[in-house]
Design a protein around this ligand. Structure first.
Ligand code: HDD
Length: 727
């Protein structure tokens, strides 16, 4: 897609971009220097006592270079270590002043710079992008009133209800302590031991085992703030709010076997995809949505708004799409920006405030604490990527790596010597005032009964899935529990699953060669307080009022766009180059990108000798990197591909992963050599769509039209039923 001029302007006018530019360095045409600015005439030979003599301690150039190198790494994030970041802009479309006084949510003329970091949770920095995992979706809004960080995930609920459990959850999912195995995977004993003892994780587990945990692209994920936050308007009136990001390209996933192959062939698949999309001007976009619940409706629902294991079904409170975020600039330096960015739930602006969600409350402590260690001290807010565009004036001083040179003779408040500066801002000058929520309570270590129902929304999620999505969920659980070696953990998990759905538990039990137990000795660590009776506990476990919620199934994502989808064109010498061009033109006009793949790199010659550039060879790429495949005709090309096992594997694998496949009628010979070619109807002379998602024609234009609508369907999951594709 061409880059349009408005998007370019947004980039150059962006105040944060201007701020960052002051810290950028460009070595083009410059001399090499030390960190003290001394020009260096040789940094490839150390200073020695004679040509064959020892290196000298005196060599300050050697010492500086190596010392800096030795200190290049900082501790990786304890969770969300692997990430990809990008800059962008947020544009408000609807004034929300009825609910909040936050300037960036009330002034529709304002454009707010943002920096986003997507991440996986469990894996280390060098792990694969395609691990089955939650994805972090953290957005820093550089607003005129200070930074607002929305530190969310691509899943709207969480595993636990109280942050005090977070270290246990993370210890369980990370590699096991005795042998540091496995990397970036939840399919192991400690994780499922923890889950089977933590019933409140039931809802989250349904999401994690769904295809949401293996996205097709970071650009095709939803984002959620998870907790209920508060909005506060100019009059001081408050309401509850949940935040949403809705991707313009829809929500799509890959297949699990595909994810595993991608992890080996290109562990940077998601990072690369985001980077390339932005470089090519295909700026990813999300609508920003809010679900607003008036204060007086706090207790209206069967779930507690303060319980982060619950979502508010969109049927009950619709999502109002109030703005758009566009990511339009890649980082200049991964470390300086993506690695050093520091998010914190407690970075709020006037008009946004917290609720008493016990998961949220603990997070308010954790994020600053973690940055102090990771970024080396209390001045991490001065790192360029973290600096607000709003000015900073206070009496905090000194500490490791202080950049600011404070000129004042005073660093105390109240003061008279500096005329009272910096002043405290009153409410009228935009000072932050915490929402004066009335609280009268006894101190307890416990939880409200309204947090006890763990299974209703897990059932709601499962019931809302299409059949293929349910099958994938069953497969994912069977895979994960199949990797669990401690049989009592498997057994307890089967019992756990039966509380959500007996059919699901039965299917998983069959796959792992066990029976669903009627009861298990203990489901430890219930959230039920020790002094609550079973009857009392049962009385709060209500069924959800909804059977299904449309927004929970990816099947209901838009199926009329193919923008940025990647299409493979399999060809070699003797191909019908005119057809390649015609189909390619139609696909590209619809926003897709096309790559010609041949047995070897370089150029291939079309049937009329037209040279066609090859983007990738069968050796360097694989079908898992594409959303669909087209095989053009041409006698020699078809004959060569028919006899090439890599080409046939490519097609079989694309079929197995349920992708759209189109071919010219005279390429049928290649298709006949595949597994699925043998399944196609014999008499197919008049047909264009031979099987769902399999298109054949001798008319390039008719083929392109059907092909485009097939690619927009994303995948033809029904094909998986046979489970026999040898690829
Ligand atoms: Fe967290 C990082 C999201 C619960 C403690 N978290 C982190 C990041 C995201 C989230 C997206 C990566 C930010 C980045 O890209 O740098 N975390 C969540 C969500 C949660 C959640 C959506 C539940 C709703 N987190 C949570 C709890 C705690 C933490 C309950 C601790 C009490 N999270 C952290 C952390 C991290 C972090 C240890 C690691 C690196 C960092 O903060 O900067 O503080």
């Amino acid at each position: 897609m061409p880059t349009d001029s408005t998007k370019q302007d947004i980039t150059t006018d962006n105040k944060k971009v201007q701020d960052l530019q002051q810290n950028t360095e460009d070595s083009t045409g410059q001399f090499l220097t030390t960190n003290q600015g001394l020009r260096i005439n040789d940094d490839q030979n150390s200073l020695k006592a004679g040509e064959r003599g020892p290196s000298l301690l005196e060599d300050f150039i050697l010492r500086e270079k190596i010392t800096h190198f030795d200190h290049e790494r900082i501790p990786e994030r304890v969770v969300h270590a692997r990430g990809a970041g990008a800059h962008g802009v947020f544009k408000l479309n609807e004034d929300l002043s009825e609910f909040t006084k936050a300037g960036f949510l009330t002034d529709t003329l304002r454009e707010t710079p943002v920096f986003v970091r997507f991440s996986t949770v469990a894996g280390s920095r060098g792990s694969s992008d395609l691990a089955r995992d939650v994805r972090g979706f953290a957005v820093k809004f550089y607003t005129d009133e200070g930074n607002f960080d929305l530190v969310g995930n691509n899943i709207p609920v969480f595993f636990i209800q109280d942050s005090i459990k977070f270290p246990d959850l993370i210890h369980a999912v990370k590699p096991e302590p005795h042998n540091e195995i496995p990397q970036a995977a939840s399919a192991h004993d400690t994780f499922w031991d923890y889950i089977s003892n933590t019933p409140e994780s039931a809802h989250m587990i349904m999401w994690l085992m769904s295809d949401r945990a293996i996205p097709r692209s970071l650009r095709m994920m939803e984002g959620f703030g998870v907790h209920s936050f508060r909005f506060v308007n100019e009059e001081g009136k408050s309401c509850f709010v949940k935040f949403h990001w809705k991707p313009k390209l829809g929500v799509h996933s890959v297949a699990w076997t595909e994810a595993q192959t991608i992890s080996g062939k290109d562990p940077d698949f998601h990072r690369r995809d985001l980077w390339e999309a932005i470089e090519n001007g295909n700026f990813p976009e999300w609508d920003f949505g809010v679900q607003i619940v008036p204060e007086e409706d706090e207790h209206k629902y069967e779930f507690d708004l303060l319980d982060s294991t619950k979502l508010i079904p969109e049927e009950l409170v619709p999502v109002r799409r109030i703005g758009t975020m566009t990511l339009n600039r890649n980082t200049d330096n991964y470390f300086a920006e993506t690695e050093q960015v520091a998010f914190h739930l407690g970075h709020v602006v006037p008009g946004i405030d917290f609720t008493n969600d016990p998961l949220l409350q603990g997070r308010l402590f954790s994020y600053t604490d973690t940055q102090l260690l990771r970024l080396g001290g209390p001045n991490f807010h001065e790192i360029p990527i973290n600096r607000p565009i709003a000015p900073i004036h206070n009496n905090q001083r000194d500490g490791h790596m202080r950049q600011q040179i404070n000129k004042s003779k005073t660093a105390h408040s109240p003061n008279g010597m500096s005329g009272g500066c910096p002043f405290q801002a009153g409410k009228m000058q935009g000072g932050f005032t915490s929402y004066p929520e009335r609280i009268e309570a006894s101190k307890i270590r416990g939880r409200s009964k309204s947090f006890f129902d763990h299974f209703s929304q897990a059932k709601l999620f499962l019931n809302s899935q299409s059949d293929p999505e349910k099958n994938h969920l069953t497969d994912a659980l069977s895979f994960e529990l199949g990797k669990v070696e401690t049989l009592s953990v498997r057994e307890r998990m089967l019992y756990f699953l039966a509380q959500i759905d007996e059919g699901l538990a039965g299917a998983v039990a069959y796959n792992v060669g066990m029976h669903v137990p009627k009861e298990v000795k203990t489901l430890l660590n219930q959230t039920k307080p020790a002094d609550a009776s079973d009857e009392e506990y049962a009385s709060v476990v209500k069924e959800g009022s909804l059977d299904k919620s449309v927004a929970l199934s990816m099947k209901n994502s838009p199926t009329d766009i193919i923008e940025t989808r990647k299409i493979a064109i399999l060809a070699t010498d003797g191909v019908n180059a005119a057809n390649i061009q015609a189909v390619k033109n139609a696909l590209m006009a619809a926003g897709a990108t096309c790559e010609v793949i041949a047995p070897k790199l370089g150029f291939i010659a079309g049937v009329d000798d037209t040279p066609v550039a090859v983007a990738k060879s069968l050796l360097t790429t694989a079908s898992v990197f594409y959303d669909a495949v087209y095989v053009p005709g041409g006698t020699n090309s078809v004959a060569t591909l028919e006899a090439d096992p890599d080409a046939i594997h490519f097609l079989n694998e694309a079929f197995k992963h349920c992708k759209a496949i189109a071919f010219d009628a005279d390429a049928m010979q290649v298709i006949k050599a595949t597994y699925f070619g043998r399944k196609l109807p014999e008499d197919n002379s008049d047909e264009t769509v031979l099987m769902e998602g399999i298109i054949m024609s001798d008319d390039a234009s008719a083929l392109a039209t059907k092909f485009i609508s097939a690619i927009a369907q994303h995948r033809f999951w029904e094909r998986e039923k046979a489970r026999k594709v040898p690829a």
